[in-house]
Design a protein. Structure first.
Length: 210
């Protein structure tokens, strides 16, 4: 049976549009790091190489005569990003972010049965079929977010600070502290096809007891 994250992992990917406390375990991801405004044309190229490798992994696993233990067909996971600003920008930060100061780690989660060796094999295959210099920067890693506050943000990315304020107030009431100002975003809609007011983005940041 095909694993569809929208149906099987609603707690992680489809929260309500109000804050909640969650525990996020270790997952495997394809990742790539960069900096600058997501409005720059080059940003789409970071996304493109992640999807190229992700679909190479998915489609080739289906064709393998001997599939890995635990294998089942699956829907490719959504794009995610961890966002922060440069250290230089932090020194002069006064509440408004210049998007050119952003730094990011974009990623797409992979099923647990995907191995390091298979990733490397598919990365090399992608370099031959769809060559791009950014493929040299794609890595395969395990990430554990642990205890987090998350919520669904509906609307423009520029309005996210309002949702973060609601999330921070919730954390305060739960006697929790936000660990850092970086945060994770999970993109459930395509900004190229959906009006800004209808965008759906999961917002999440790590917390710890006070």
């Amino acid at each position: 049976m095909k694993h569809e994250w929208r149906k099987k992992e609603k707690k992680i990917y489809l929260p309500e549009n109000q804050p909640e406390l969650v525990e996020i375990p270790e997952f495997k991801f394809l990742t790539i790091e960069g900096e600058g405004s997501p409005q720059n044309k080059i940003f789409a190229e970071y996304i493109g190489v992640l999807y190229s490798v992700s679909y190479a992994i998915k489609m080739n696993l289906k064709k393998e005569e001997k599939q890995p233990s635990g294998y089942c067909d699956y829907t490719v996971y959504p794009l995610e990003g961890i966002w922060d600003i440069t250290e230089e920008a932090k020194k002069t930060f006064k509440g408004t972010i210049n998007k050119n100061d952003l730094i990011f780690k974009l990623m797409i989660r992979q099923p647990s049965f995907v191995t390091d060796d298979y990733f490397l094999e598919m990365l090399e295959q992608t370099k031959k079929r769809k060559p791009h210099s950014f493929l040299e920067q794609v890595t395969f890693e395990k990430i554990t977010d642990g205890k987090c506050v998350q919520m669904m943000h509906i609307g423009s990315y520029d309005d996210e600070p309002q949702s973060f304020k609601v999330m921070e107030d919730f954390a305060e009431k739960e006697n929790l502290s936000r660990i850092s100002k970086d945060h994770r975003e999970i993109y459930l809609t395509d900004f190229r096809k959906v009006a800004p007011e209808k965008l759906k983005t999961v917002l999440r940041f790590k917390v710890e007891p006070k």
